[in-house]
Design a protein around this ligand. Structure first.
Ligand code: ADP
Ligand code: ADP
Ligand code: ZN
Length: 219
């Protein structure tokens, strides 16, 4: 099963990808997480991407396509994967199609997490995550069950992203509208696009996602 979660920043892609990953034995591939790791490690890619990310713009296609191209051939992706935050431009989607076609594979499902833009600033500004396992939380909508302790791994340290501030969010939403939203008709034309109601609570979104996934053929 090769799955893409599509939606603007704050839609809930990472939150849902982590749940689907556990339930279906797929690997979550988040280009945002990979790029942040490269920035933290001070690699060449990290140096190229850091400033662009801090400004809320998109990192060049060649960089993210090459990261994903190297990643999806690793053994842990054999059962399938969930792409979270990739592709983000039509050029990235076309490159992904080519990479998969070389192996006679294709994307099985693209699921749009549809949300009201008005909700996103609050979602993003309240977001934090577990430093150890990456589980996503929210100040209002999704606090850990025990204050200060990660539900998933028991970790006690949490981080907030530098780019989760109101200024950068505006740029990120603009990039979504202009460069990523055209992927909706791109995948609709291929018959693989489904949509779930991302304004529902987190458990309900997971239920809708599961039924969108279970209703698809595998390859
Ligand atoms: P994305 O990966 O699409 O940018 P996240 O999964 O990180 O989004 O979610 C953004 C924030 O909103 C997180 O703090 C998360 O806990 C919260 N969140 C995710 N889904 C929902 C939902 N359905 N309702 C309310 N808050 C949500
Ligand atoms: P969010 O879901 O909240 O937008 P991500 O973690 O997916 O956040 O992405 C954070 C930043 O990393 C983006 O604003 C962008 O600068 C960069 N990035 C991540 N994925 C891509 C991609 N596929 N193409 C270009 N830039 C990307
Ligand atoms: Zn954790």
């Amino acid at each position: 099963m090769k799955l893409i979660l599509l939606g603007p920043p704050g839609a809930g892609k990472g939150t849902q990808a982590k749940r689907i990953e556990r339930d279906y034995g797929l690997v979550q591939l988040s280009t945002g997480d990979m790029l942040r790791a490269a920035v933290a490690a001070g690699t060449e890619v990290g140096r190229q991407a850091g400033e662009v990310m801090a400004a809320g713009r998109l990192v060049p296609d060649e960089i993210v396509v090459s990261i994903i191209g190297e990643r999806i051939v690793l053994p842990d992706c054999a059962k399938g994967f969930i792409l979270d935050g990739f592709p983000r431009t039509v050029a990235q989607a076309e490159s992904l199609d080519r990479l998969l076609a070389e192996k006679e594979r294709r994307i099985d499902r693209v699921i749009e997490i549809a949300v009201d833009v008005a909700a996103l600033v609050e979602r993003i500004s309240g977001r934090f995550s577990c430093t150890r396992c990456g589980a996503a939380y929210h100040d209002r909508f999704n606090r850990p069950q025990v204050e200060g302790v990660c539900d998933v791994c028991g970790g006690a340290e949490f981080t907030r992203r530098q780019d989760d501030n109101a200024d950068t969010v505006a740029a990120r939403l603009k990039a979504y509208r202009e460069e990523t939203a055209p992927l909706l008709p791109y995948y609709a034309a291929r018959g693989v696009l489904r949509s779930v109601d991302g304004m529902a609570d987190i458990d309900e979104v997971t239920r809708q996602l599961r039924s969108a996934i279970d209703g698809s053929g595998d390859n």
